[in-house]
Design a protein around this ligand. Structure first.
Ligand SMILES: [Cu+2]
Length: 579
C-alpha cells in the first residue's frame, strides 16, 4: 500500500476532473452502488466538485461493519481548493436519513457552514445541496465531516487542503496527508447507549486491587472515596476501536515514500470521533510549521499531542531506510501506524504501547496541589499522600462558580483551583523525557490583523457528570428549542476563558472563526486556532474578534460529548445598517 500524492499525479487528477466532468460520473455518484467501501481516498479539485454520501459494508483488519462513506471511500476524498478562488460543492445525499457536510476551519458564509438546525436545514435523502463558496480567504490544512447525528463516527469525513494563492512559506519536496481516525464495528448509537449505561464501559485499564499501577493504598482509597477512576482518560478506547491512518489499520502498512535528504511535509489531521493521539516518529525530529491551518513559527519537537479536530503540519527530513510514524491513542489502548519508507516495503520497528496514563490532582482541578509523585518537595513538605486529608477535599464546592452556571445533576465536579494549562503537553506526556509540543510553543508566522485589546471578557465552564454521561457548557445541556445563544456584537473583541470542571480533556471548536490563544506570545503573534484543548481541571483562554456575521456552532469536538449536550450557538450580530 503506497501513498504518492506527488505533483504530477495531482495535476493529472485535476485535469481528469476538469475534462471528465459529469459525463463520466462514476457509479457511487449515481447512487446505484452500495458495494464495499474502499479504505483510503482519492483527490477532487476544480471550481465545481461533486460529492455523494452513501453507505455500504466495510472490512477493516478483518472486522466487518456497516459504514457511511463519501464518494465510496473512508476517509472521503481529499478536497483540494485554491486560495482566492470560489468553489461550488454539490453534496448529494444517497442515504435513507438526513446528512450534511461541515467544512471544518473554512471561513464561509454561515448558510454554507453545514450545521443542521443552526445554519441550514440539513440535506434530505435524495436531495443535493449546493454550497456556493465565494473566493476563499485562507490557505492551509483542514477537513470536513458530517454534522448530522453520529454519522462522523461511521465514516463520513475527509481531508481538505487549500493551496495558497502565492508561494507557500513551507518548502517541501513531498506533501502528504495523514488523517487519523477510528473504525468500530459497533453502531454509533450502540456506543452512545453503552456510555449512558456506564461511562467506564470501554475502559479495560481500570484500577483494581491487584493491578500493577504505581498507586499506594492511600491513593486508591482516595480515588475510591471520590468514586472516580485515575485511568479515566478516554470514554471509548482501543477495546472497540481500530485506530486508522488514512483509513488503514496498522496491519495494512500505509507507506509514504521519500528519498533520503528530502523535506517531507505531513499534514496531520485528527479526524477521529473521540480520540486524542500522541504523534511521534522515533529517531526523527519534527518541525511543526502549521497549526489548525495557520502557519506558525517553526518549532522543533519530538512528539505532539493532537486533540480531536485539530490539525498540525510538520516537516521532517528522514535519513534512514524507514521510520515508523506512531500515533498512539492518549490512553495508550492502541495506535495508528504508518511508515516513512525510502523504498516500497521498507520497515522500521514499531515501538510497543507505553504504560497507561494516570490522572493526577491537577486533572481534578487542584492545580496548585499536584500530589502526583515528584512535587511534594516543591509544596514545602514531604508528607506521603495518605496522610493528607482528602476527605476534606470538596470536589463540588459550587461557591466559586459564576452565577450563570447552573448547578444540578449535570455537574458532578467543580475545579477548585483551575490553573491555566496551555503550557501542558497533554495527559501522560509531562515526564516523557523528550520535547513535546505545548500551546505555549506556538506563535503566528504572520502578524495578526487585530491589534485591539479585548473590550470584554467572559468565562465559560465545561461541565459534566461522568456517572450519567451528561456533558454541557455552564451546567446547561444544549436544547435547540429553548437555548439562548452566546451573543457577540459585530467586530467585538472578547477574551474568552474556558474553565474545565471535569476530569476529561475537551477539544472545544468554534465555527466560522479563528481565535487567538492567549499563550504568552506577543499580541500580534498569538497563534490562531479553530479548536483548543482544555486540559482536565484547568483552563485555556483565547481572544476572539467576532467579525463573521451569523449563527455558528460552538461545541466540544468529542462526538458523544457534543451529542450529549456540550454544544451552544454563537450569534454574531450584523453591523449596524446592514440587514
Ligand atoms: Cu468534551
Amino acid at each position: 500500500m503506497q501513498v504518492s500524492i506527488n505533483t504530477t499525479r495531482r495535476s493529472l487528477i485535476k485535469s481528469a476532473v476538469a475534462i471528465g466532468g459529469l459525463a463520466a460520473m462514476p457509479a457511487w455518484a449515481r447512487g446505484v452502488s452500495h458495494g464495499p467501501i474502499r479504505q483510503g481516498f482519492d483527490e477532487v479539485s476544480g471550481r465545481v466538485i461533486d460529492l455523494a454520501v452513501g453507505e455500504g459494508p466495510i472490512a477493516v483488519a478483518g472486522r466487518r461493519g456497516h459504514a457511511f462513506a463519501v464518494n465510496g471511500s473512508i476517509p472521503g476524498p481529499l478536497v483540494r481548493l485554491k486560495e482566492g478562488e470560489p468553489v461550488t460543492l454539490r453534496v448529494a445525499n444517497r442515504l435513507a436519513e438526513d446528512t450534511s457536510i461541515h467544512w471544518h476551519g473554512l471561513l464561509v458564509p454561515f448558510q454554507f457552514d453545514g450545521v443542521p438546525g443552526v445554519s441550514f436545514p440539513g440535506i434530505k435523502p435524495g436531495e443535493t445541496f449546493v454550497y456556493e463558496m465565494p473566493a476563499l480567504r485562507q490557505a492551509g490544512t483542514y477537513w470536513w465531516h458530517s454534522h448530522s447525528g453520529l454519522q462522523e463516527q461511521a465514516g463520513h469525513y475527509g481531508p481538505l487542503i487549500v493551496d495558497p494563492a502565492g508561494p507557500d512559506p513551507v518548502e517541501a519536496d513531498r506533501d502528504y496527508v495523514l488523517m487519523l481516525s477510528e473504525f468500530t464495528p459497533l453502531h454509533p448509537h450502540t456506543i452512545m447507549a453503552k456510555l449512558k449505561k456506564g461511562e467506564e464501559y470501554f475502559n479495560r485499564q481500570k484500577t483494581s486491587w491487584t493491578d500493577e499501577y504505581p498507586l499506594s493504598g492511600a491513593d486508591r482509597r482516595m480515588w475510591a472515596g471520590m468514586r472516580m477512576m485515575p485511568t479515566d482518560i478516554a470514554d471509548v478506547t482501543g477495546s472497540t476501536y481500530t485506530y486508522l491512518a488514512n483509513g488503514h489499520a496498522p496491519s495494512d502498512g500505509l507507506e509514504y515514500l521519500f528519498k533520503p535528504g528530502e523535506r517531507v511535509r505531513l499534514r496531520v489531521i485528527n479526524g477521529s470521533a473521540m480520540s486524542f493521539f500522541n504523534v511521534r516518529i522515533p529517531g526523527v525530529r519534527m518541525t511543526v510549521v502549521q497549526a489548525d491551518g495557520k502557519n506558525v513559527r517553526p518549532v522543533e519537537v519530538d512528539e505532539f499531542q493532537i486533540g480531536t479536530a485539530e490539525t498540525y503540519d510538520i516537516v521532517v527530513e528522514p535519513t534512514g531506510e524507514a521510520h515508523t510514524i506512531v500515533a498512539e491513542a492518549m490512553d495508550r489502548s492502541g495506535m495508528a501506524v504508518a511508515t516513512l519508507a525510502s523504498r516500497p516495503g521498507a520497515r522500521a520497528p514499531v515501538p510497543p504501547l507505553r504504560d497507561p496514563v494516570l490522572l493526577t490532582m491537577k486533572d481534578m482541578g487542584h492545580g496548585s496541589m499536584d500530589h502526583s509523585g515528584m512535587d511534594h518537595a516543591a509544596m514545602g513538605h514531604d508528607m506521603p499522600m495518605g496522610e493528607m486529608d482528602h476527605g476534606a477535599m470538596n470536589m463540588r464546592d459550587t461557591s466559586t462558580l459564576p452565577a450563570d452556571v447552573k448547578v444540578g445533576p449535570g455537574l458532578d465536579m467543580v475545579s477548585a483551583e483551575p490553573i491555566d494549562r496551555m503550557g501542558d503537553p497533554g495527559l501522560g506526556l509531562d515526564k516523557i523525557g523528550h520535547k513535546v509540543l505545548t500551546y505555549n510553543d506556538l506563535s503566528a508566522l504572520e502578524p495578526n490583523d487585530d491589534s485591539r485589546s479585548p473590550s470584554r471578557s467572559m468565562e465559560i465552564h465545561l461541565t459534566g457528570n461522568m456517572e450519567r454521561y451528561m456533558w454541557s457548557f455552564d451546567g446547561k445541556k444544549f436544547n435547540a428549542v429553548a437555548d439562548q445563544p452566546i451573543r457577540f456584537a459585530f467586530n467585538e473583541r472578547v477574551r474568552v476563558k474556558l474553565v474545565n470542571d471535569t476530569m476529561m480533556a475537551h477539544p472545544i471548536h468554534l465555527h466560522g472563526h479563528f481565535f487567538e490563544l492567549v499563550n504568552g506570545a506577543d499580541r500580534m503573534h498569538q497563534p490562531q486556532k479553530h479548536t483548543v484543548i482544555v486540559q482536565p481541571g484547568g483552563s485555556a483562554t483565547f481572544d476572539l474578534t467576532a467579525d463573521e456575521v451569523g449563527d455558528w456552532a460552538f461545541h466540544c469536538h468529542l462526538l458523544y460529548h457534543m451529542h450529549a449536550g456540550m454544544f451552544q450557538v454563537v450569534t454574531v450580530a450584523s453591523p449596524e445598517g446592514v440587514a
